[in-house]
Design a binder for this molecule. Structure first.
Ligand code: ARG
Length: 465
C-alpha cells in the first residue's frame, strides 16, 4: 500500500530501507504538543477567514483536542509508515472525524508546519534553559555571599598568581552565565517570526490571515518572506551556539571543581549526593557529576557543528536534509539542561575547606605583587624597578625554602635596605585581598556588594517570570 496521505501518484510502497531513512517519527514525536497547537491556530484562522466553515473548524479543533488527550494519556499509537508527527496526527484526525480532516491542510504544507513546530519547541526550551541558568547563578551568588571573604589563591597559567576570594571566583561564573542567558533570550527574540502560511515555499492563494496565526502562537509577527520562512534554521543554530558557549562555561567550572576536590588541592568537598565511590578503591570520592558536565560540552558543541554542516550547502527552499535538524537540537538542549541541574546541585552543596584555601593562598609567593606595590607606594620606586627587587626577594625566599612572608626583615633589607616592618601586612594574603578595592576587584567588601546585587536581581527575575 502506498502512503495514504501523499500516495496519490504512486503505485508501489516505499522499500523498508526507504521507510527507515525517511521516517522521523521516532524523534519528532517530541513535537506533538507544538504540532497540535500550531494546527489548532491554523484551523481557527481557516474558520475565521471563511476558508473552511465555522462548523468544520470546530470539528477539526475537537479532533485535535482529542488527539492531544490521547497522546498525553500515552494512548496514541505512533506509526513509522506515517513518517512524521505531522502525518501521524493528521491520519488519526481522519480516523476520528472522517474526510473533513482533510481540510486542515488547506493553505499550509509540512514545510511551514515543521518550521513553526520547531520554533515553538526551541522557544520553550530557551525558556527552560534561561530559568535553569538563573537558578545556577543564584546558587553561585549565594555561595559567593557566604564566602565573600574566604581567601584562596588565584591562578594564571594554573600557577599561583595572587590571592583572591572564593566568592569573587564564583561571581566570575555568575557574570558568564548572565551573558549566556542574554544570548538565549536574544535568540528567542529573533526566533519570534511565524512561518505558518508560507505553505510549501511560495505562499498560498487562499485568503489566509498570517498575523492571526502568528499572534495566536505567541510570535511577534509573521515572517515576511515565504522562502526564508520554510528554509532557514538559523534560530536553531543560534540557540545551539548559545548552548555551546554556555556548556563551555559549565565545563570550565566543572574542571575547576574537579581540581579543587582532588586531595592534592583539597579546596572543596562535594556532598555525597554528587559524588561516587570506586568499586575497587574504598577511599575514593569521585566527582563524576562534574566530569560528565565537562564531557557533555563535546556533544553540545558537536550539535552546533552538525546542524551547521547540514545547512551549509542547501539551495532554497526546503530539502529533506533539514529533517536532520532536530536530533542534534534535542540532544544538545537535553544535555545542557541536565548539566545545569547537576551543576546547580553541586554548587548548592559544595563546602570549601577555608584553611586549605588560605594555606595555599599564603604559599607560592602569592603576594609578590603586593610586595612590589608596597615598594612603589612607600619608597616611590617605578613599578618595573620594584618588580625586579621583589623578584630578587622571591628568589631569596626560594633558596631559603621559606615563604615570602616568613622571611626575616634582615633578609628583606639585604635586598632593599629601606624596607620596614610595615611590609609584612602587605605580604599577608587577607591583607592583599582587602586592598583590591578597585571596581571589579576581589576585595571582600566588593564581593559582598556584588553578590547581594546579583541575588536581588536574580530573585526579582524569578518573580517576573
Ligand atoms: N518530517 C519533515 C521534517 O522534519 C517534515 C517536512 C516534510 N516536508 C517535505 N516536503 N517532505 O523536515
Amino acid at each position: 500500500m502506498t502512503n495514504t496521505i501523499w500516495g496519490g501518484r504512486f503505485t508501489a510502497s516505499p522499500s523498508e530501507i526507504m521507510e527507515e531513512i525517511n521516517a522521523s517519527i521516532d524523534f519528532d514525536k517530541r513535537l506533538w504538543r507544538h504540532d497540535i497547537l500550531a494546527s489548532k491556530a491554523h484551523v481557527a484562522m481557516l474558520g475565521e477567514t471563511g476558508i473552511v466553515t465555522a462548523k468544520e473548524a470546530k470539528e477539526i479543533a475537537r479532533g485535535l483536542d482529542q488527539i492531544m488527550a490521547e497522546i498525553e494519556a500515552g494512548k496514541f499509537k505512533f506509526s513509522r509508515s506515517l513518517e512524521d508527527i505531522h502525518l501521524n496526527v493528521e491520519s488519526r484526525l481522519h480516523e476520528l472525524i472522517g474526510p473533513v480532516a482533510g481540510k486542515l491542510h488547506t493553505a499550509r504544507s509540512r514545510n511551514d508546519q515543521v518550521a513553526t513546530d520547531f520554533r515553538l519547541y526551541v522557544r520553550d526550551e530557551i525558556g527552560a534553559i534561561a530559568a535553569a541558568l538563573r537558578a545556577l547563578q543564584l546558587a553561585l551568588a549565594k555561595k559567593a555571599l557566604q564566602y565573600a571573604g574566604a581567601v584562596m589563591p588565584g591562578f594564571t597559567h594554573l600557577q599561583t598568581a595572587q590571592p583572591i576570594t572564593f566568592g569573587h571566583h564564583l561571581l566570575a561564573y555568575v557574570e558568564m552565565l548572565g551573558r549566556d542567558r542574554g544570548r538565549f533570550t536574544d535568540a528567542a527574540k529573533r526566533l519570534g517570526e511565524c512561518p505558518l502560511g508560507a505553505a510549501a515555499l511560495a505562499g498560498t492563494s487562499f485568503p489566509i490571515d498570517r498575523e492571526a496565526t502568528a499572534r495566536a502562537l505567541g510570535f511577534a509577527r509573521a515572517s515576511a518572506n515565504s522562502l526564508d520562512a520554510v528554509s532557514d534554521r538559523d534560530f536553531a543554530l543560534e540557540t545551539l551556539a548559545a548552548a555551546a558557549i554556555a556548556a563551555m562555561h559549565l565545563s570550565r567550572l566543572a574542571e575547576e571543581m574537579v581540581n579543587w576536590a582532588s586531595p592534592q588541592w583539597g579546596f572543596v568537598r562535594f556532598s555525597d549526593k554528587f559524588t561516587t565511590g570506586s568499586s575497587i578503591m574504598p577511599q575514593k570520592r569521585n566527582p563524576d557529576a562534574a566530569e560528565l558536565v565537562r564531557a557533555k560540552t563535546g556533544r553540545i558543541a558537536g550539535a552546533f557543528q552538525a546542524l551547521l554542516m547540514v545547512m551549509k550547502g542547501l539551495p532554497l527552499a526546503y530539502a529533506k536534509d533539514m529533517q536532520e535538524d532536530k536530533e542534534p537540537v534535542f540532544d544538545a538542549l537535553d544535555a545542557l539542561k541536565l548539566g545545569l541541574a547537576a551543576m546547580t546541585g553541586m554548587v548548592e552543596d559544595i563546602e570549601p575547606d577555608l584553611r586549605a584555601m588560605k594555606r595555599a593562598a599564603s604559599s607560592g609567593h602569592a603576594t609578590a605583587t603586593d610586595l612590589a606595590d608596597w615598594l612603589v607606594l612607600n619608597l616611590g620606586l617605578p613599578f618595573r624597578e620594584a618588580h625586579q627587587i621583589a623578584g630578587r626577594i622571591v628568589a631569596l625566599a626560594e633558596s631559603r625554602g621559606s615563604d615570602l612572608k616568613k622571611l626575616p626583615l634582615s633578609d628583606l633589607q639585604s635586598v632593599e635596605k629601606r624596607i620596614t616592618e610595615e611590609v609584612y601586612s602587605a605580604l599577608d594574603a587577607l591583607g592583599s585581598v582587602k586592598s583590591r578595592t578597585s571596581y571589579g576587584g576581589t576585595a571582600p567588601a566588593n564581593v559582598k556588594r556584588e553578590a547581594k546585587r546579583w541575588i536581588k536581581r536574580l530573585e526579582k527575575d524569578a518573580e517576573t517570570r
